[in-house]
Design a protein around this ligand. Sequence first.
Ligand SMILES: [Zn+2]
Ligand SMILES: [Zn+2]
Length: 407
Amino acid sequence: MRSLCVHTFVFVWGVYNDEHGGRATFIRVIRSNPTTADWPAPVGAAMNRETENRGRWDMRSYQFDKYGEPLRAVEAETPAPAGRQVLVRVEACGVCHSDIHLWDGYFDLGDDRKADLSRSHSLPLTLGHEIVGEVAALGDQASGVNVGDKAVVYPWIGCGDCGACHSGGDHLCPRPHALGVNADGGYADHVMVPDARFLYAYGDVDTALACTYACSGITAYGALKKVRGRAEGRSLLIIGAGGVGLAGLMIAQAMMDTTIIVADIDEAKLATAKAAGADHVINPTADGARKELIGLTGGGANGAVDFVGSDKSAGFGMQALANGGMLIVVGLFGGSLKLSVPLLPLKNIMLGGSYVGSPEEMRELMDLVVAGKVKPLPVATRPLAEADQTLRDLRDGKIVGRMVLTP
Ligand SMILES: [Zn+2]
Ligand SMILES: [Zn+2]
């Protein structure tokens, strides 16, 4: 992590007109005495060229200083990678619903309880964990990629020195350094990645689409992998046809042969899911919805993934399970579930959760994607300068599908 405490800073406030005609406040962070220890000389030729051509203040990030306050454009020196680090020039960064929770500083746990997220990072923070870009410079010990390589960034990076990390479970590390969560992420034109092993080639896939596999894609894949053994050849229930649920539908079709039923309370989303290949769609609020589902599946869903994560969606998922079925919750809407405990053994069912996925699972997913087996999800792009407005629009439910920011 960069050590900032030895420097003095001058903050210059102002307003700039960006290239898209928008206006935003910015802070220019001027480092008075950068040391070579903190800021080693650029290693890659591309970095040298960029530095010469673009001048000293060439990295722009969109950060927030206090929870819920507007994102501000911050200009600072582009950091140079050291050791195994890789500097990536960001080409696109997805806006994820969990960015709103991070921006708020908490998750709703239900029953008026909140999970405080403020201890997992310090402010200011640059959000953005769905990052794709081009390798701009390499630290002197970085290997496995070259300057100019295009890659999706796996953001769920761990400390690298605990049981979880040593067993390949970076995403389960208790001291995470996840980009855009605990460390600065991709709402910027550059991002520092600790190691080239977190970069994945994405072949001919559209750049704006490719970044979404780093969160919505890997989240869906990780959850689907857990239920695959039960759903394969039988039935899979996908609850929620928003961005991640729709990604789940595309990925499920690529990774298993099963009857897929998509449930959502929004008829427009159900129509989208049907067009995207769902075998059946169902509205849980409609009369007789559960009975219809039991009929469609011949006794209930064998595997189910809840991409909403509310008390209602998880409750519906539990009721929809066949004997021996499994429900995996990945959505983070919030709420608490009243559970009839004896039904767990009596129906031999499992309830679990899934959090993103491991680097190995990212590899498996990207292999499917590069092989052209995962149908593309529609994505829309906006300029990075509209990061703040985009978060607001997402919070207000004004964004349908996946929104991706491009610097
Ligand atoms: Zn996300
Ligand atoms: Zn760790």
